[in-house]
Design a protein around this ligand. Structure first.
Ligand SMILES: [Zn+2]
Length: 525
């Protein structure tokens, strides 16, 4: 999950700053020119903003207002040290200046120790150490996104796009408008803002997350902002990003079982999140269920649009928004419907789509690690906390104790009781039982449980590694490779995944890939 946060109104800075800085008085002409500069930045027209600012610097070399404008531009261009330097020359009597200085200082601090790796179209910054394991995956996903999404939206940025990976949620919350509370409630772990992509390393979460789709999702936001001159409304931004986030890997399916379920229930109960409530960001909604519902609504609205007009229609819609045209007008021209009518018709359309409705399906809580301690197994207390029913939790604990003392059959009995005591399918519990079956070589029983769990929670990494393990033990290396690769995409910090892939690639004679896995494993040790 992630967010795109809307542009902040920066033009106001000009009014607050007028005359408050150096001696040079602000003339009406300069005021207008400066407003134009902010507006160009706000519209992500950085090339034009740079030329414009440069000409102002030449004409008014002593103006504090021009310096402040330049500092903002330089910040958006990613040179935080230089932005700070410029801001040092601006008096911070106005609150806008103070706030911006603080923000730039925080960003500079949080990124200071980062190292840089570049690909053809991207500049990736991350903290050296275990997060180096992310680099190859990230750049590969980004370059695929550049080609695939660039094709769909007919937009290929000329300048390299900057991407920052933050080691944990604390620095991420300091450099973004999201509070730690927003991050915990909504599960928002990435965003596209200030002309760059930012995300929290999956290494700071207990089970990782689908961070590669997330990077691609943020890149969709980037393309939309830059192609439309930042004029795509929030709901459409999120809808398109969600709809397209899996395309980089050739997967057109965009709804998860959770999204389908909350949407089906929402339509039944007439409980939907309206566009207003989605502002200023989905990350600010009150519960993780509401966040999923909002994504499901807007993504299926985009699906409906594509149903009507194809992917070309999507491109046409975004292109149409460019000259500050309102979405209602552009939609009317494109599909001949008002926005209200479009939403009404969407409801009719989506009800024909036979959404999966999985009873008792719950949004799993995001679990952050207290510390970055890669390689350590997930702790059992934290895992059990994900099991909903108290009684099932107690039985599971009993099963865990019995298993740890090698009373395997007795453990199986307790886990089975725990499952029958639960109203909801717990992927934690299913994996515990499946793993115990594996110890007794009951591979079929194990696989059946895991497949059921995967149907509900397709991205729960233990399910993927356990399915990989069943296939590995049966010497079905091709199936094992598939499952372990999927697990690797979600949590590349699990050493067991790389250890197994090394053996799988060796068995399949894929020596280059085996070597690559050995390199990755060394990075997280
Ligand atoms: Zn988003």
């Amino acid at each position: 999950m992630k967010t795109h946060l809307h542009r902040i109104a920066v033009a106001i800075a000009v009014i607050l700053l007028g005359g408050a800085l150096f001696a040079a008085p602000v003339t009406a002409g300069l005021q207008e020119d400066i407003t134009k500069g902010y507006s160009l930045i706000d519209q992500w027209r950085f090339e034009e903003a740079e030329a414009h600012t440069q000409s102002l610097m030449d004409t008014y070399p002593d103006s504090g207002d021009v310096l402040f404008l330049q500092a903002r531009l330089v910040f958006y261009q990613g040179d935080y040290a230089r932005a700070l330097d410029l801001l040092g020359k601006v008096a911070d009597s106005a609150p806008t200046v103070k706030e911006f200085k603080h923000h730039v200082r925080e960003t500079h601090q949080a990124t200071q120790g980062m190292v840089t790796r570049e690909s053809e179209h991207f500049i990736l910054r991350y903290t050296d150490g275990p997060d180096a394991v992310l680099v190859d995956y990230a750049l590969d996903t980004l370059e695929k996104s550049y080609a695939v999404l660039g094709g769909i939206l007919d937009h290929h940025p000329k300048e390299k796009v900057r991407v920052e990976i933050y080691p944990s949620r604390e620095p991420f919350s300091r450099i973004s408008p999201l509070t730690l509370q927003d991050i915990m409630t909504s599960g928002t772990v990435a965003l596209c803002k200030y002309n760059r992509l930012m995300l929290i390393s999956p290494g700071s979460l207990v089970r990782g997350y689908n961070w590669l789709d997330t990077i691609s999702h943020e890149y969709v936001h980037f393309l939309l902002s830059s192609k439309s001159h930042n004029n795509v409304p929030l709901w459409l931004h999120e809808g398109i990003a969600k709809f397209l986030e899996t395309r980089w890997r050739g997967e057109p399916r965009h709804l998860t079982p959770i999204m389908e379920t909350v949407l089906a229930n929402g339509l039944d109960n007439d409980y939907l999140i309206d566009f207003e409530a989605m502002m200023p960001s989905l990350a600010k909604l009150k519960t993780a269920e509401d966040v999923q519902l909002a994504y499901a609504e807007v993504a299926t609205m985009v699906q409906y649009l594509v149903h009507l007009k194809g992917l070309e229609g999507l491109e046409a819609l975004v292109a149409g928004l460019k000259d500050n045209r309102p979405i209602g007008d552009v939609l009317q021209t494109l599909v001949g419907k008002t926005l209200d009518r479009f939403q009404d018709d969407w409801k009719v359309y989506i009800k024909t789509q036979q959404l999966r409705r999985i009873p008792g399906l719950k949004v799993l809580k995001f679990q952050f690690k207290d510390k970055r301690d890669n390689g350590r197994a997930e702790d059992e207390d934290g895992e059990r906390a994900l099991i909903e029913s108290r009684r099932a939790r107690d039985l599971t604990m009993l099963g865990d104790i019995l298993k740890s003392r090698d009373h395997i059959q007795a453990a199986i009995i307790e886990y089975r009781k725990a499952i029958s005591e639960s109203d909801t399918l717990s992927p934690v519990l299913y994996n515990k039982l499946a793993d115990t079956y594996m110890i007794t070589r009951k591979y079929d029983e194990s696989e059946t449980l895991l497949r059921q769990s995967l149907e509900y929670y397709p991205q729960f990494p233990s399910t993927l590694t356990n399915l990989g393990e069943v296939a590995f033990l049966r010497k079905d290396y091709e199936a094992a490779r598939e499952y372990y690769q999927r697990a690797e995409r979600i949590n590349p910090f699990n050493p067991q995944v790389h250890q197994r892939l090394i053996r799988i690639y060796a068995a399949l004679g894929e020596n280059a890939k085996k070597g690559h896995q050995e390199t990755l494993l060394a990075l997280i040790k």
